[in-house]
Design a binder for this molecule. Structure first.
Ligand code: NAD
Length: 483
């Protein structure tokens, strides 16, 4: 007899325990050789004073099994509670969030009967680095961090996923017409890696029009790879327009571990009433079986589920008069899927998974990027309450000595000095750019420190600085509007 594969399971909060029970019963009925190790996460752990919602001992189980099957949890209201999902993804390095969004027409109502796409969302960086600061009375900042390793890992994962799952095309969405450096890097890396996969089509859309196209004609897309924030928003849109957020499962994949879940939350109002639909968590479980190399069991569960949906056995959230045959509760739905184990759908396409162990993604080897870096200036950010940029310019010009000149002042990215217009509204947060008096010449850290001393002595408050560097002669900073 083959040894059972250990899987860490968390029952979560709200509808979590009911839907997890249903899913584990179904997966067990498929004959999958799994053994569950239960850990506690969520509301009770948070309320015991653990700000991450997970006990330190749970990490030991997760690091050993490397596979986490997780029901939704309730994050208590109020400050001080960290998102368990963000913590788990970052701690275990689960960099790829994979969400298939498929319609089940005509059995589940949708405006997009042919929809079948997969969203692959970067999970570890972007605005979700959570580095936020209040800098002045009026201004708050959130740092958007996009890294070359982050882009390379997620884009390569998307192309590998497409190849392994016989998908034809990978599309990237970015906003690189505005964020030329951060989103520009994501697009650049996408083009570089796409060239290594000539068997797979590739395309890039600006995220706003791409999102509109996806909401209107989702069948035009196959695999979509996106930075974290766009992926977070658009994966919910895609799941909803496919039929219901209650039907979508999700995988979070890393080099060392993986986590599988539903995309919906703990729906506390529905808890304890045997009402909730376990389908999203079950399809997350199917992705887990595929990940573990249990393709036969994954097919059995997925096809029994498709047959149940096709037979019109529906929970309240997808029940529709005239289409559905029977409205059932969570337990009865699970019983119906178990009763169909070994059957296949007749109208919907049956699920087929490639046999063999679906390994974790290969360990990432960062590409060697070392450029010649030179500091050529500095942006000094000031908290200054007056709203007249010419007055600030007059205060700063005398400080631009010691080989430095004041190049410009901008407010929220708009150049306001020299040559600003009185119509431009200014807040109390000013970016003041100093560069060498000799065009393109380096500026030393000592010059910058002396400048900050003069700024402070003049009674001005600097909040932060950003050094302006060139990399192999290319500016590593935006030039700012109006330049
Ligand atoms: P939710 O997804 O829990 O519920 C939204 C609505 O969708 C509910 O009113 C319910 O009617 C319906 N619904 C969701 N899942 C369903 C299912 N399986 N069957 C039937 N109906 C279903 O979103 P919410 O109400 O905004 O959040 C509730 C809690 O869940 C919050 O504490 C939130 O922080 C948490 N949450 C957790 C996760 C997670 O653990 N992965 C994800 C999202 C939200």
């Amino acid at each position: 007899m083959t040894a059972k594969i250990p899987v860490t399971v968390a029952y979560g909060d709200g509808i979590g325990p009911e839907i997890m029970n249903a899913c584990l019963r179904i997966i067990e009925a498929s004959g999958a050789p799994l053994e569950w190790e239960t850990i506690e996460i969520g509301e009770q752990v948070y309320l015991r004073g653990n700000s991450a919602g997970i006990e330190p001992s749970a990490w030991e189980s997760l690091r050993r099994t490397k596979v986490f099957y997780k029901a939704p949890i309730t994050t208590p209201q109020g400050g001080g509670f960290k998102s368990l999902n963000v913590t788990t993804r970052k701690t275990l390095g689960l960099y790829a969030n994979v969400r298939p969004c498929v319609s089940y027409h005509p059995f589940v109502d949708t405006k997009h009967p042919k929809m079948n796409l997969v969203i692959i969302r970067e999970n570890e960086e972007d605005l979700y680095a959570g580095i936020e600061h209040r800098q002045t009375d009026e201004v708050y900042q959130c740092l958007k961090l996009i890294t070359r390793p982050g882009c390379e890992k997620i884009v390569r994962y998307a192309f590998e996923y497409a190849r392994a799952n016989k998908r034809q095309k990978v599309t990237a969405f970015t906003k690189d017409n505005i964020m030329k450096m951060t989103d520009g890097l994501f697009h650049k890396v996408f083009d570089e890696i796409a060239a290594e996969y000539p068997d797979i089509q590739n395309e890039h859309w600006i995220v706003d029009i791409g999102a509109a196209k996806m909401a209107d004609t989702p069948e035009a897309f196959d695999v979509i790879v996106l930075p974290n924030l766009y992926g977070d928003i658009l994966s919910d849109v895609a799941a909803q327009i496919a039929g219901s957020v209650g039907l979508a499962g999700s995988a979070n994949i890393g080099t060392h571990a993986a986590m599988f879940e539903a995309i919906h939350g703990s729906a506390p109002r529905r808890a304890g009433q045997n009402l909730a639909n376990p389908s999203g968590l079950l399809l997350g479980g199917v992705m887990m079986l595929v990940h573990l190399g249990l393709a036969d069991e994954a097919e059995r569960v997925h096809n029994a589920w498709l047959k149940t949906i096709e037979d019109g056995i529906h929970t309240y959230d997808i029940y529709e008069e005239g289409v559905s045959r029977e409205k059932v509760g969570t337990r009865e739905f699970a019983d119906a899927v178990i009763a169909r184990m070994g059957k296949e759908p007749e109208t919907l396409a049956p699920a087929r998974y490639a046999k063999g162990k679906a390994a974790m993604p290969a360990a990432y080897i960062p590409s060697e990027v070392t450029a010649k870096k030179e500091t050529v200036g500095v942006d000094v950010f000031l908290h200054w309450k007056e709203r007249d940029p010419n007055q600030l310019g007059a205060l700063l010009e005398p400080l631009a000595v010691d080989g430095l000149k004041l190049v410009m002042i901008s407010n929220r990215g708009q150049k306001v000095y020299p040559g600003g217009l009185p119509e431009t509204f200014c807040v109390d947060h000013w970016r003041c750019r100093f560069m060498s008096t000799t065009e393109g010449a380096p500026v030393s850290h000592a010059q910058i420190i002396r400048l900050l001393g003069r700024v402070t002595d003049a009674g001005l408050e600097f909040i932060k600085i950003e050094n302006l560097c060139t990399f192999d002669g290319e500016p590593g900073f935006s030039l700012g509007q109006g330049q």
